[in-house]
Design a protein around this ligand. Sequence first.
Ligand SMILES: C[S@@+](CC[C@H](N)C(=O)[O-])C[C@H]1O[C@@H](n2cnc3c(N)ncnc32)[C@H](O)[C@@H]1O
Length: 380
Amino acid sequence: MNKPEEKSNEANVRFFDNRQKYLMFVNSCTEKLEISKRLSKELNNFNPTPPSVRIFDAGIGDGTVLAGLMRAMHFKYPTMPFYVVAKEVSLEDVRIALNEMPDRLFEHPSTVLVLTNLYYAESPWLKTNSSVAANQFVWKDVALKGSSAHEFQSQINELSGFLSENWRTKIGKAGNPVYERPVVLVLYREDHRFLLDPIIPRPGTAHADFDLIVAAQPYRARASAKFKAEKIIGPLSRALKRGGRLVGIHSSGNDPALEIVQKIWPKENPFQVDRHDILKAVKAYMGSDASEYTLNAGSDKNAIFKYQLHHLADGLSSNIGTSSVMAGWNAATYVSQIEEQRVEDAMLSNDYIEATRSVLNKYDGLWFNNESYTITRKGP
Ligand SMILES: C[S@@+](CC[C@H](N)C(=O)[O-])C[C@H]1O[C@@H](n2cnc3c(N)ncnc32)[C@H](O)[C@@H]1O
């Protein structure tokens, strides 16, 4: 059971997690590209074993991170079969992310791609822990015909009715969106079915054992370390194969973006739980099993990395234009996860424009800090 303050924070999730803000953020900042670059380097840190390279994305979002990683995977392992599972509760994100996939399936035909709306503690295993939900389970297997990205795209587009009918959410006990019924969608190329047969999951037989688990921005900054460890990172770690690695990434503040936020709300500091706190809580959650894992916070130099606001067409030189100011303000308040009502109230006066413009001027642009950590399952 969450502490009361966590409960009220949980209830806020819908108020900062606004579609337009997310889409403007991902399109105006380099974050998702920087994350996928960083993950691509992780491909050197594990050794896949036959029959496939196994990847889990704990929140596909707009798909930029996963598509970039899959490009790097193809570069490193051009002929090895891939088993890629991506979790996402949002129908809009699933639709957007699926647009990245026809090209991936074209370039890397030996791919089994699975999308699911199951919870963190369920999705790596593609099964629900609730007997009520199990009765409503929707499992769809799609063997894509043809051999071109164009053909794959049109068959994926045809799934739109299936997705809107089944990929529905309701508000859970904690106030955040949860699935109405569990759905698993399995996509692969029909012309590679024979080769992929041992990798294609079937109801009740799927297993986790991932080589790489991506946990990029998977929780709200203000949730406690205990919540992040027990509900998300701890259960995901159990889905690693021996020798497999989980990479956690979240916003860490101490950057010009937080400076903007604090000019408007001086006491605001959403980033009070750092990677050290999370790993400590994961260790406590694992108990005696912790000895099976290496939890690595890394040095600040290696763990903390920057990304930035794209320089927009209006330029960031002598005269900072409205679109840069609006994009900067949006990104700063999105990353700090400020509830929508508070953002709206702040926008009733022009102070936010001045605050954003002055920070953009001071730093000749805007940058943000993320930090990352890893959890590796020892062996084999
Ligand atoms: C949309 S997702 C993340 C999906 C995907 N892994 C990604 O990185 O785009 C899960 C939650 O992360 C939050 N989020 C996404 N990017 C963020 C960022 N850079 N800083 C803070 N929160 C972020 C969103 O509010 C959302 O509720």
